[in-house]
Design a protein around this ligand. Structure first.
Ligand SMILES: [Zn+2]
Length: 152
């Protein structure tokens, strides 16, 4: 097992990107395993069903082809970490579990972000684009949380 921080080094509060976000309560070094992304493990089919009911599925994290973690059920604070196209964290899959890892040194007070890299599904592009619009403000912002190929 990777060594994950025992004490969560961030707090949840209102974010300029969207809704609530996670903000560092102390400096975090590059390559630190910050927190596990937890939630109920469901199948892809269950996730697709859920997806049709919900307006967005940003609380759903695809682990592999068959498994999705639904942070909307039993999820921890990791679910509040916002998407950015120029993120300071990455989501790593280890043994079927997901961990948020610092990809660079992070300063006190900085908002934690990672690239959701949501799969661009076979649906109307304009509709999907609007639903998963990105307001991260990065210079290289794609304008959407979607990517053509899965980033997992
Ligand atoms: Zn963006």
């Amino acid at each position: 097992m990777p060594r994950v921080l025992k004490h969560q080094p961030f707090v949840i509060r209102d974010s300029g990107i969207q809704g609530k976000g996670a903000f560092a309560t102390r400096p975090i070094r590059k390559r630190t395993w910050i927190v596990e992304y937890t939630g109920e493990r469901i199948t892809q089919e269950e996730a697709d069903r859920h997806h049709h009911e919900a307006s967005t599925h940003t609380f759903l994290f695809t682990v592999d082809e068959g498994t999705v973690i639904d942070a909307g059920v039993g999820g921890n604070d990791a679910r509040f970490i916002n998407h950015s196209c120029d993120p300071n964290c990455e989501a790593w899959v280890h043994d079927g579990r997901i961990f948020i890892v610092a990809r660079q040194d992070i300063a006190l007070g900085e908002e934690l972000t990672y690239d959701y890299g949501l799969a661009w599904e076979d649906e109307d592009e304009a509709e999907a684009f609007g639903r998963y619009a990105c307001r991260c403000g990065a210079r290289n912002c794609r304008g959407t949380m979607l990517v053509r190929e899965k980033a997992v």
